[in-house]
Design a protein around this ligand. Structure first.
Ligand code: ADP
Ligand code: ASP
Ligand code: MG
Length: 407
């Protein structure tokens, strides 16, 4: 009898009919003998609605209260799924993240899981029940409710699978697996049969929101196979794993895009030691995550420092930098929030010249201006205007022949 963790995302539990359909799938899996832990997201866009409610009430809601509020979305769907399962004759009970033993650090809205205490889960499963866990949430040692960051139910599922020593973790969503690009943007995109952790982590980190990056990290750490598949069909889905032939490298596997990008430029700063530290230290203290950083070559000892942050962090970041600006001797502070990242990812990029040039040429042919470039060993990212992102993903997908079969 296999121990399986299944996770169903927001669209998969978006209404009563969908919840009942998920209950039938879960009951079917149990009927063939699997021991099941099921993780659910909030129904449909319930999390967005809760965020909107909070905005209507307060401009500065305490992070603690936000977590208390947001955690309710997943509690609702978990209870309803447990009810639907019991109605089908499948004994089930719902548990909050805290009841399921998910202990986190105290960083509200982006908490990290420290430990999974599986006692309660094992006890309930031992009594023959399917356990339905509210995703995206945990509890601190001080018994404060936390959430794991948007999309975090995937991470709940993989963490539980690792904590329970499950044989499989299955992530059910509204598309038939991991595609070569977001199928909503590129109709020719293809689902992949399999992909390695490293490539998947780059895709997820750079915007392929089909999987939370931290879920991939955890899967990699615990060498746990993750299946991403549709809750709406029986299609086989994508297996994420650590295997793969030693020296066979995949050229470009996929294109990721991310529109949550804002750019800040501290223009006309003296090129002397300490400037970068003076800018980035206060941002780090405020827990602002800074992405691409570029410093221009200086002309007459004057340079520009440019970096990107998530759009939600732009206003806060500008306030912080305005405070240190007088001490920097900078000419001006500029910002732009209408940007996007487009990335090509593939282990074949490593040590193979020509991919970057091809990417830049393809974008240039469409008149798409590249504002910033960053790379890793297996990724090339260009920052471009947001209104060009759909076109950019489409032409790159075609240029790297990703519509052709060839996993
Ligand atoms: P869930 O609610 O099930 O967690 P998400 O909305 O978080 O689902 O993630 C699924 C969505 O991710 C898809 O509907 C798709 O638009 C988007 N997506 C982005 N990039 C990819 C990709 N490379 N492959 C598959 N889906 C992708
Ligand atoms: N409901 C949360 C969100 O919308 C978590 C998740 O769906 O994974 O971000
Ligand atoms: Mg998701």
């Amino acid at each position: 009898m296999a121990l399986v963790v299944q996770k169903y995302g927001g669209t998969s539990v978006a209404g009563v009919e969908r919840l009942k359909a998920v209950a039938r799938r879960v009951a079917g899996a149990r009927a063939v003998g699997d021991q099941l832990v099921v993780v659910v997201s909030a129904m449909g866009d319930a999390t967005d609605s809760l965020l909107d409610l909070a905005r209507q009430v307060s401009n500065h809601p305490p992070e603690r209260e936000m977590d208390m509020l947001l955690a309710t979305g997943e509690i609702v769907s978990s209870t309803l799924l447990a009810m639907a399962l019991n109605d089908l004759g499948c004994p089930a009970l719902s548990l909050t993240g805290a009841q399921a033993g998910i202990w986190t650090d105290a960083s509200h809205r982006r908490a990290r899981i420290l430990v999974v205490d599986a006692h309660r889960l094992l006890k309930e499963m031992g009594a023959g029940r399917v356990v339905v866990v509210a995703g995206f949430q945990g509890i601190t040692r001080e018994m404060e409710v936390t959430t794991l960051g948007r999309g975090g139910s995937d991470t709940t599922a993989v963490a539980l699978a690792a904590g329970l020593g499950a044989g499989r973790c299955e992530i059910y969503t509204d598309v038939e697996g991991v595609f070569t690009a977001d199928p909503r943007l590129v109709p020719e995109a293809r689902p992949m049969a399999e992909i390695g952790y490293e490539e998947m982590l780059e895709l997820a980190t750079y915007g392929a929101k089909v999987l939370h990056p931290r879920a991939v990290e955890l899967g990699w750490l615990y060498q746990l196979q993750i299946l991403v598949a549709s809750s709406f069909s029986q299609a086989p889905g994508t297996c994420i794993h650590g295997g793969g032939a030693m020296e066979v490298r995949n050229k470009v596997r996929g294109i990721a895009h991310d529109t949550d990008v804002a750019k800040i430029t501290v223009a006309g700063v003296p090129d002397r030691p300490g400037i970068a530290a003076a800018v980035f230290e206060p941002l780090a203290r405020a827990d602002v995550s800074v992405d691409t950083i570029v410093q221009n070559a200086s002309v007459e000892n004057i340079t520009d420092l440019t970096f990107t942050v998530a759009r939600g962090d732009l206003a806060r970041s500008l306030d912080i930098i305005k405070e240190v600006l007088p001490g920097l001797g900078a000419r001006e502070l500029l910002s732009d929030s209408g940007l996007a990242k487009v990335s090509v990812v593939g282990s074949g990029i490593q040590n193979t010249p020509g991919y970057a040039a091809r990417m830049f040429r393809v974008l240039a042919q469409k008149g798409i201006n590249i504002q910033l470039i960053t790379t890793s060993e297996i990724r090339i990212t260009c920052i471009i205007d947001e209104d060009k992102v759909r076109e950019a993903v489409g032409v790159l997908h075609h240029a790297f022949e990703l519509e052709k079969a060839g996993d």
